[in-house]
Design a protein around this ligand. Sequence first.
Ligand code: DP6
Length: 368
Amino acid sequence: MSYKQKYLEQALIPGIFKNEFSGSVAWQCPSNIALIKYWGKQPNQIPMNASLSMTLEKAVTKTEIAYNYSESREKINIDYYFHGQRKKVFEKRLLDYFKDLTEYFPFLDKLELFIRSDNSFPHSTGIASSASAFGAIALCLTEIEYHLKGESVGTAEFYNKASFIARLGSGSASRSIFGGLVEWGRHESVKGSTDETAIQVSKIIHPYFKNFQDFILILDKGKKDISSADGHNLMNSNPYASTRFQQAHSNLNELIHAIQRGNMEKFINIVEAEAMNLHAMMMTSSPGYMLMKPGTVEVIEKIKRFRTKSEMPVCYTLDAGANVHFLGPQSCKPVMVDFVENELKSCCFDGDYIQDRMGNGPEKIKDE
Ligand code: DP6
C-alpha cells in the first residue's frame, strides 16, 4: 500500500478529543544541502529523480504552534509570525498548503493556529529556508495529529509521516526530517526508498563522512531571481531534462558507493558535477537564468586551487543560488577554517559565512 493510501485511511480514524481544547507544540528543524540535486518534479511533489542530502546542524528553523480546536469552527484560521513580524505572503502559501493537507488531517479545518517561527541564520543570507521551515511545520502538525489520536510522538512511523507531510510543502523539506545523510525518491540502490517520503542512509556511511563540515559562504544576500517552484517547472520544457534525470540516477548510485567505501575522489567528482549540472539546467531552460555571481566563480576557483595545492579532500557544492558550500571531512576542519578566514571570507558579502556541519536532525523543543 502506498503511504498516501495509508495516511488517507488513517485520516478516517476518529480522534479521542473533546469538542474544544487547546495546546502548543514546538520543533526545531534543520536545513539541508543536497549532494545529488532534486530539480524537476511531477504533480503532487513527486520528484523526477532521487536526491541525497546532508542535514545541517546549525542552520535551523524553530517553530511553535499554539492551537485551539473547536468542533464548531468551519475553516482554519492562521496567524503566522517570522522573527516577530506578521508575514502575510507566507501565510497565504501556508493556507494553500493546509487546504491540501485536510485530506490527511481533517481536523485542520477546526483549528485556529498561532505560528511563531525563527531562523538561526539571518533571513537575508539567500539561504534556502523552505526545507527547514516546512520541516518544522510538518513536525508540529504531525504532533498535533498524534495528540488528537492519543499516540506517542518520536517513533519511526511519526517521522515517516512528518517527512511525507513536509514533502507536500516543499520537496527538499522531506529530507530535513532525518539527520545525517538522507535520500528521497525511489532508487534501487537504497532499500525502502520511495518518492513519498525521505529515508536516512547514515547507517551505511564510511567514518570519513561523520561530522562532515560545511562552510556556507554567503556571496549574495538578495532575493533569488526565480523561485524553486518556477525553476522545477522549467525542467518540463528543458531539452536536456531526460538526460539530466538519468545522470542524477546514476550519480546517486555512484555517490552511495563512494560514501560507503570512503572514496573521496569519486565523492568530490560527483558532488561538484551535480552542482554544475544543476546550474547548467538553469542556464539551458527557457527563459534561462544565471544564479551564480562573480564571487561564486572566484570562490569555486580558489577551492579547486586549494585542493590541488593542499591535497586535502575538500570540495564545493551549490544550491539554487549564488552561495557556495565548502565541504570536507572533520579531519580537515582546522585547515579549512584557516583557508576560509584567510582566502574566502574576503569574497563573501559583508565577510559573512556560516560554519556548519552534518547534524542529527530535528528536535522537539517544548512539551505541552
Ligand atoms: C536546488 O525543495 O525548494 O535546493 O519542492 O518546489 O519547494 P519545492 O522545491 P525545493 O527545491 C530544492 C531544489 C534544490 C536542490 C535540492 O535541495 O535537492
